[in-house]
Write a protein of this length. Structure first.
Length: 341
């Protein structure tokens, strides 16, 4: 708490760079032992906990190992783009302290994929389970070719790949939530994967926006099943607001919990539980994580709770989850997935 209060005296982005710098220097500790009931199967790998780090915290893959040591079962690094990007004008991150939320309009600032891959190879990630979240360079004209190129570049270097298909600030015709566009993208992506690796062994996951209508939800469910996409992350930040937040950008943290959990539940029903769902948005306790799992998530991710509660929140959630699983008489967490339906 003392550390948090000091960090909160600084602008959010400076506080974040300080944290990353400190983590890079931190000697790696051995993670604490977690109850076996939290072990989950993640595309053929056994991981210690279903709780993962969401994209955006470690945009450049600089701190995958130290973050794992805090008790996460898996890490998602990125969003990374083909070329380095500065992102939007600062300030572009805002704390909503009373509500434990954050608004960001970073615009995918990152050091580019070359730097990213160098970090991965230098830190010898060996058996760490992590994903790479890829995005389109903001000035690139063809939104599909950037994703195809990036898949070729990062394929085989991580346990899974995530594609951004949410466009919170530009609802236009070329939106990837549009059925025709999305179908074109998924076709190119899956063909690309097949051409590199006929066994299609690296899972491809889509991350979706919570600000979508019923028709879009149905389209996404239909197309993910049709193209055999391996999973969905539900969800990214929202542009919807309670009245007093007046900064533009994506809202995360507690105020996002309900909206993203309802979408998760909808996607579980629409995909008839046939594809892996990762629940993300506003998780700040074991009860929250459990609610996402019961609504259909096999795994969960968080980011904003780290800002408000520090890294201790990860094992707090792990231990609370294990208690809830025991309370409800499940032998492991996987048995609770989707149990409210
Ligand atoms: C400062 C900040 C930066 C983010 N950057 C990314 C990003 O680069 N790519 C991405 O897919 N999501 C990004 N996100 C969204 C998170 O991954 C996550 O989907 C969202 O914050 C909801 O989870 P939370 O409420 O636990 O934070 C970012 C979120 C925040 C707060
Ligand atoms: C969880 O329990 C089920 C049986 O209820 C079992 O099939 C599965 O392998 C277990 N998962 C793990 C990761 O132990
Ligand atoms: C994410 O997807 C949306 C919709 O295609 C696009 O507007 C936005 O620029 C994308 N961001 C990145 C980094 O690809
Ligand atoms: C990528 O985006 C950045 C800024 O968003 C721009 O300066 C750079 O020229 C872009 N590169 C390409 C090849 O699109
Ligand atoms: C809303 O805008 C005003 C300035 O117009 C600013 O002082 C205030 O901090 C903003 N509030 C929030 C919650 O963003
Ligand atoms: C998530 O939302 C942000 C705004 O907060 C947006 O810039 C971005 O395109 C979205 N990213 C993904 C991976 O969907």
């Amino acid at each position: 708490m003392i550390l948090r209060n000091l960090l909160f005296l600084l602008p959010p982005e400076i506080a974040h760079s300080l944290v990353i710098t400190a983590l890079k220097k931190m000697p790696c500790r051995k993670p604490i032992e977690l109850p076996k009931s939290l072990n989950v199967n993640f595309f053929g790998n056994k991981i210690r906990s279903p709780v993962g780090l969401a994209a955006g915290f470690d945009k450049n893959a600089e701190v995958v190992k130290p973050m794992l040591s805090f008790g996460f079962g898996f890490i998602e690094a990125g969003t990374v783009t083909k070329h380095p990007q500065y992102g939007n004008k600062k300030p572009r991150i805002f704390r909503l302290i009373k509500d434990e939320g954050i608004i960001n309009r970073l615009g995918f600032n990152n050091k580019g994929v070359d730097y990213f891959l160098k970090q991965i190879s230098e830190t010898k990630l060996g058996n760490c389970i992590f994903g790479i979240n890829i995005g389109r360079n903001s000035t690139s004209k063809d939104q599909i070719s950037d994703y195809v190129d990036l898949i070729k570049i990062v394929y085989g270097k991580s346990n899974y790949i995530v594609l951004n298909i949410s466009s919170p600030n530009t609802p236009n015709l070329r939106d990837l939530h549009n059925k025709q566009e999305l179908s074109k993208l998924l076709k190119s992506i899956t063909l690309t994967r097949k051409s590199i690796d006929s066994s299609e062994s690296i899972p491809i996951i889509l991350k979706i926006s919570p600000d979508i209508d019923q028709q879009t939800k149905e389209n996404i469910a239909e197309l993910t099943l049709e193209y055999k996409i391996d999973g969905l992350i539900v969800s990214n930040t929202t542009i919807s607001r309670d009245s007093y937040y007046n900064e533009s950008g994506g809202l995360s943290g507690r105020p996002l919990f309900q909206l993203s959990t309802e979408l998760l539940s909808d996607m579980y029903k629409l995909t008839k539980s046939r594809i892996l769902l990762i629940g993300c948005g506003g998780i700040s306790s074991g009860v929250d994580a459990y609610e996402k799992i019961k609504a259909g998530a096999s795994l969960v991710q968080l980011y904003t709770a780290l800002v408000y509660q520090g890294h201790q929140v990860v094992n707090k959630i792990n231990l609370e989850l294990a208690e809830l699983v025991k309370r409800d008489g499940f032998s492991n967490i996987t048995e609770a997935v989707g149990c409210i339906h």
